[in-house]
Design a protein around this ligand. Structure first.
Ligand SMILES: CC(C)(COP(=O)(O)OP(=O)(O)OC[C@H]1O[C@@H](n2cnc3c(N)ncnc32)[C@H](O)[C@@H]1OP(=O)(O)O)[C@@H](O)C(=O)NCCC(=O)NCCS
Length: 190
C-alpha cells in the first residue's frame, strides 16, 4: 500500500494507443490476478479469465469504436478501462483495473466517472459491464456507483457466473432520487 497521498495529485487519465498495449496488458493481468486468487481460478481450470488474457487477444479489440484509457502517474500506467461502442448509444466497459498497490484511493471510481462522462461526450447514454457474479464486494461497489444488476449467465468455459450490470443517465437520476428518499425516511435528510 502506498502511503504517500501526494500521489493522488499526480494521477490522470490518458487516452492510450496500440503502442501502449504491452504496458496496459500487464496492468490488466496483474490487476485481475487478485480476482483469480480469490476465486481459485487457474490457467488450467479457467483459461478464459482476464488474468490470463494475451496481448494478441487485447490487440484484436483495437478497432473503430474502441477506446482504451490509462490511469497514469506521468508515463506509468497504474490502472485501465476501455469503452467499446456497441451501437444504439450503448458502450461496453471492459477490463476496469487498478494495480493492487494503488487500490482504495478512489482511482477505480475516478475511472468509472471518467467513462460515464466520456460516453456522454461520445453521444452514448448507457454503459454495460460483465462481472464475476459471486464477487459481492464488486457488485456492491458498482451498485454504489449507480450500476443496476440486469441478469446473469453461465458460460461453459468459465468457472464462475457472469453477472451483467448497466449504468445510464436515467438510472442514475432514479438511483439518486431513491437514495434521497431512503435518507429522508431515515431522518438523515432534514
Ligand atoms: C475494482 C477495482 C478497479 C477498484 O479499484 P479501487 O481503486 O480500489 O477503487 P476505489 O478506491 O474507487 O473503491 C474501493 C472500493 O472498491 C470496492 N471493491 C471492489 N472490488 C473489490 C475487491 N475485489 N476487493 C476489495 N474491495 C473491492 C470496495 O468497496 C472498496 O472499498 P474500500 O476502499 O472502502 O475497501 C480494483 O479492486 C481492481 O482492479 N480489482 C480487480 C479487477 C476487477 O475486479 N475489476 C472489475 C472488473 S468488472
Amino acid at each position: 500500500m502506498i502511503n504517500d497521498f501526494k500521489f493522488q495529485d499526480l494521477v490522470e487519465i490518458q487516452v492510450l494507443t496500440a503502442e501502449h498495449l504491452p504496458d496496459y496488458a500487464g496492468v490488466i493481468r496483474k490487476s485481475f490476478a487478485t480476482v483469480a486468487k480469490d476465486f481459485k481460478l487457474t490457467k488450467e481450470n479457467c483459461p478464459g479469465h482476464t488474468s490470463f488474457v494475451t496481448d494478441e487477444r487485447l490487440s484484436s479489440e483495437i478497432m473503430d469504436g474502441y477506446y482504451p484509457f490509462g490511469l497514469c502517474i506521468d508515463k506509468k500506467i497504474i490502472g485501465f478501462a476501455s469503452l467499446t461502442d456497441m451501437g444504439g448509444e450503448v458502450f461496453e466497459m471492459k477490463n476496469v483495473s487498478v494495480l493492487p498497490e494503488y487500490r482504495h484511493y478512489g482511482y477505480g471510481k475516478k475511472l468509472l466517472d471518467f467513462c460515464k462522462t466520456k460516453v456522454k461526450q461520445l453521444g452514448g447514454s448507457k454503459i454495460t459491464i460483465g462481472i464475476v457474479e459471486e464477487s459481492t464486494v464488486l457488485k456492491d461497489w458498482y451498485a454504489a456507483n449507480g450500476f443496476i444488476h440486469t441478469g446473469t449467465k453461465k458460460f461453459n468455459q468459465l468457472q464462475f457466473t457472469v453477472g451483467f450490470m448497466e449504468w445510464s443517465e436515467a438510472s442514475t437520476t432514479t438511483f439518486i432520487h431513491k437514495q434521497n428518499h431512503i435518507e429522508r425516511d431515515n431522518g438523515f435528510f432534514m
